[in-house]
Write a protein that binds this ligand. Sequence first.
Ligand code: FE
Length: 225
Amino acid sequence: MIDITSLFKVTYGLYIVCSGNETKGNGYISNTFFQVTSEPPKFALCCNKNNFTSEIIEKHGFFSVSVLHQKANSEIFGRFGYKSGRDFNKMEGMLIKYGISGIPIVLNESIAYLECKVVQKFDVGTHWLFIGELIDAQVLDETNDPMTYAYFHQVRKGVAPKNAPTYIDQAKLATKVKSVKLEKFKCTICGHIYDENKEKIKFASLAANWKCPICGADKKEFIVI
Ligand code: FE
């Protein structure tokens, strides 16, 4: 029998992946990015076929990867992790550098970036697996540690969006988690659950300017579940 909670023991980083150009760029948060060869340095990126960024990577043939740090502002996860670039311009107001291929690279909340040229693409069902050869890379910040998926889950209490390759249905997971049923509130932007039983503070008692710790959404974006 498969214990799906074991999937949380597999480690990943968290990155902003972008493609496009100065006129139209887009990005999303990915945890499925990793190095596959060293000579030449090549990386694998798994991206949902429905992701707007996936279409843009296919069109431009390049992608950038910004390595997020552990203390990264929650709003960056709200902007790139839980919203679609089809609905609004995620790049607006961001600190952007254009790479040697002309694609946008997000510098906010990042400690390094990599720029890759797509050299292969594999159909893995719901997702494309892009293989990218490294064409440029820079370190931006030596003082902060990279964010890991485990840290995001365990310390920042983040949840994976539905398009993530590692998304786990919370209903399936619920049978594995023992908790007293008190009032819970769900962020309608990112899906983060505020559980009064765990937090020990009533949701109604939180300050009016309290924000979702994951995506930075206002209190009014939460609904009772
Ligand atoms: Fe949220």
